[in-house]
Design a protein around this ligand. Sequence first.
Ligand code: NAP
Length: 242
Amino acid sequence: MVALVTGASRGIGKACALKLADLGYDVAVNYVRNREAAEEVAEEIRAMGRRALTIAADTSDEAAVRAMFRTAAAELSGIDVLVNNAGVVDDRYLLMLTEESLDKSLAVNIKGYFHCAQQAALKMMKKKSGMIINISSVSSVLAIPGQGVYSATKAAVNAMTATLAKELARYGIRVNGIAPGFIQTDMMEHIPAEQKEAYLSSIPMGRFGKPAEVAEAVAALLSPAFSYMTGQTLLLDGGLSL
Ligand code: NAP
């Protein structure tokens, strides 16, 4: 079985790639800039006895995504699982928004997910089985000042998850999402300390999440426990959205 994880050089994607290897998958590790980190993830996977491939591709670039799936499917024999994870955040209040920032967020967080889902579906349809897992965010359902664009992109991901689930069910492909709350990765680095404290105090469980906890949820979605579920986005946020 083969999985492709986008944005797997760091953070949540890395944790998912390692968990998938632990479950027995060979893994294509996508990244955009951080080659060394991606190679380290691949080495860890190989040390676990699985095959691993690193592929540099900007997921917002359709041609690069096509080439990535061609390489992954050829070298690892097909694609059974796609974790659409590569995402960007650029917190700005509406009046500080620039077209460049808006375009980048839409390109990576929405277009990138569609490019990858399309290429994955083409491979999975041939086998009449597969699973696409879209990493969304609690921001898709919770208004956080400064995250208007990010929230909009993640709400689009939830809508995409539901629609693609309906389109692809007949081909044996399930599509589900995970909407994490605040997870301790590089993505949280830009948040000022006092803002972090404020976020922390609004989380009923009183702590931020760990990348490994998102990876465990990915594993759960792949398990027989969820074999009849498609089109859903699971909130994994320590109660933040309640
Ligand atoms: P992160 O630590 O910032 O890592 C981002 C990853 O995405 C890196 O592997 C990066 O590759 C890759 N990437 C960025 N732009 C890319 C592009 N255009 N094409 C291919 N790869 C690209 O992020 P994270 O916190 O793990 O977040 C992962 C996902 O979870 C995102 O979709 C994010 O929105 C979502 N999420 C995160 C949180 C959180 O609190 N951390 C909460 C909710 C949802 P390089 O290393 O090469 O730069």
